[in-house]
Design a protein around this ligand. Structure first.
Ligand code: EPU
Length: 426
């Protein structure tokens, strides 16, 4: 197991290219199960979650080749096995996004229930409700969701839950509805850019989807879909993480391959606390020259402030001037980073799904434990400013969502070394 050893205190400077979006690439790869013929997917990031989905899709009959230019060629060559096993789905919850495509294309799917994870329970009731509305028979058998449908028929589906819509649920229903007979209307659909990216890919394959990016998505069923070339959108969460890296170190960083229109809430927050964010050369420049102001953040479905940047902004606000408040409205238990940031000297007071952050002048380096993907990113960010050395243990979490994070931060001037646990102990 690897650890990152970070010597804090360097102002980051330079330019970094943002990769394709993990959370767009995963459902897009799964949607390739719907296609006849090959798709060539560009800008798929090289991450462990992607590797796990590649392994799962191969089991489900996909032939997947990494091309010389970094793109992924995906073609379904065998439809005999439609069982997404627990061993593969438990490693990567996004495995659930094969459910809709398998059911629509093969009329049968057996997908292991993903179960909870470090950020909470993560139920799939809305996915099931939506697929049932399209006419699927769905049972639970031995921990697997077993879905069958002789035919799927378009329907009106409401996807709102207690915490808003569901991103992967919308993806599943949208995929299944592309091959259903007639028209499907999803009300309270997730508006996240990753859902729109999936809709664009499905449309490029011949689907008829309108309204993506709004809460009302309309899908006219078609007879079939044909694989095609597609470029995955830039990762807004990776971009937001590098923006915080620039801000927290009082640095100046140019981000290439960024869609600022996908990052309105985060950009607005950064500007309001004193960070300069400017559009520049197909990307943006993020700079900060002074101590930042405190603020109030509430996570919300898109276009509100994203839960996937909550931990990173908490790290940033630990050294702001004054008291900040962060409330988590998507995953109310997503606060594993609170105890670890406190080890670095942050003053945090948690009450239910709200954390009050008493800004400090500085953080102090310490050993900390990564717990989930975004919490780990927050610890690395805090380590960049912590005085002395911060050791972030169990960084496999961060490798799920950030490609070669230490190399890319080091290219901006950071001092981070990756070592494996044995080296650390020896
Ligand atoms: N929910 C239900 N019932 C459902 C599905 C979801 O109640 O059937 C609840 C969840 O418990 C949560 C809320 O609805 O409270 C939103 O969950 P959602 O289904 O939207 O999450 P997801 O689709 O499983 C994706 C991302 C997450 C991101 C969330 C929210 C992928 C692979 N994952 O998860 O990304 O936090 O949307 O934006 O796209 C990450 O990248 O670190 C990450 C966790």
């Amino acid at each position: 197991m690897d650890s990152l050893i970070i010597d804090g205190g360097v102002r980051l400077r330079g330019s970094v290219k943002i990769n394709g979006s993990k959370n767009a690439a995963l459902p897009i790869m799964a949607a390739s199960l719907l296609a006849d013929g090959p798709s060539v997917l560009r800008e798929v990031p090289n991450l462990s979650d992607i590797h796990h989905l590649v392994a799962l899709l191969k089991e489900l009959g996909a032939q997947i080749e990494h091309q010389a230019d970094g793109s992924l060629r995906v073609e379904i060559v065998d439809s005999a096995n439609s069982h997404a096993r627990y061993d593969l789905v438990r490693k990567m919850r996004a495995g659930i996004c094969v459910l809709g495509p398998l059911l629509a294309k093969r009329r049968y799917a057996r997908v292991s229930m993903p179960g909870g994870c470090a950020i909470g329970d993560r139920p799939v009731d809305l996915h099931v409700r939506g697929l049932r509305a399209l006419g699927a028979d769905i049972q639970l058998d031995g921990g697997d969701i077993v879905a069958r449908a002789d035919k799927l028929v378009g329907a009106e589906i409401f996807l709102g839950g207690n915490f808003g819509s569901t991103v992967l649920g919308t993806a599943n229903i949208m995929c299944a509805a592309t091959l259903a007979r007639g028209t499907t209307v999803i009300e309270c659909a997730a508006c996240e850019p990753e859902v729109s990216d999936l809709a664009h890919y499905l449309n490029a394959m011949g689907a008829k989807i309108t309204g993506q990016g709004t809460p009302r998505v309309v899908i006219e069923g078609v007879e079939g879909l044909t694989g095609c070339p597609y470029t995955v959108a830039p990762d807004r969460i990776e971009a937001g993480t590098f923006m915080v890296a620039a801000a927290i170190t009082n640095g100046e960083v140019h981000l290439e391959n960024v869609r600022l229109d996908h990052l309105m809430a985060a950009t607005d927050k950064l500007r309001s606390i004193g960070v300069l964010v400017e559009k520049a050369n197909g990307g943006c420049t993020v700079a900060s020259a002074r101590r930042l102001e405190a603020t109030v953040i509430t996570t919300q479905p898109h276009p509100g402030f994203p839960t996937d940047l909550q931990a990173q902004f908490m790290a940033l606000l630990t050294i702001a001037d004054g008291n900040s408040v962060i409330t988590e409205k998507i995953f109310p238990d997503r606060f594993l980073h609170v105890a670890e940031l406190s080890r670095l000297g942050a003053h945090l007071h948690k009450e239910g799904a709200t954390v009050i952050i008493e800004g400090q002048k500085r953080l102090e380096g310490a050993p900390v434990m990564a717990s989930d993907l975004r919490a780990s990113a927050a610890l690395v960010l805090a380590g960049l400013v912590g005085r002395g050395t911060t050791t972030v243990n169990r960084v496999y979490h961060i490798d799920r969502g950030y490609e070669r994070i230490e190399e890319r931060l080091n290219a901006l001037g950071a001092k981070i070394k990756r070592i494996n646990q044995q080296e650390l102990e020896g």
